[in-house]
Design a protein around this ligand. Structure first.
Ligand SMILES: [Zn+2]
Length: 130
């Protein structure tokens, strides 16, 4: 059994922020920022590419509930929602969404590099849409 399936089954303890019959949200042990929380479907999927469509539909409602709970309780200046699939950043092979509350000077950064001068949008779109 994978570690998140074990957490969902309460075979491994976790710091539960939210739970219902299909999803569980718990504090990420790393606490990248204060309140860093993972939202996880209880049904095992490895990543977005094999995620059950029902779970895909419903998980964002849970993400919103947890986001509101974190905002109300921890008073962050903002919140990042991050999901890693396969390489290079997925560390547990059970689909999960990171909620990372943001604070002034929290030492967490995501770099959106501007590559617009080096790419052709029409070529990319043709590859995607055929
Ligand atoms: Zn699992």
């Amino acid at each position: 059994m994978c570690i998140f399936c074990a957490i969902a089954a309460h075979e491994i303890p976790s710091k539960v922020v939210y739970e219902d019959d299909k999803f569980i949200a718990f504090l990420d042990l790393t606490q990248t920022t204060i309140g860093h929380t993972l939202v996880v479907p209880k049904r095992h999927s490895k990543c977005i590419f094999d995620l059950n469509e029902e779970d895909a539909k419903e998980i964002m409602v849970v993400v919103k509930k947890v986001a509101n709970k974190l905002k109300a309780s921890l008073n962050p200046i903002g919140l990042n929602i991050i999901n890693n699939n396969e390489k290079p950043l997925q560390s547990v092979d059970h689909f999960h969404i990171h909620l990372i509350p943001r604070y002034e000077n929290d030492n967490f950064d995501i770099l959106f590099k501007d590559n617009s001068k080096e790419v052709n949008l029409d070529e990319i779109l043709k590859k995607i849409n055929g």
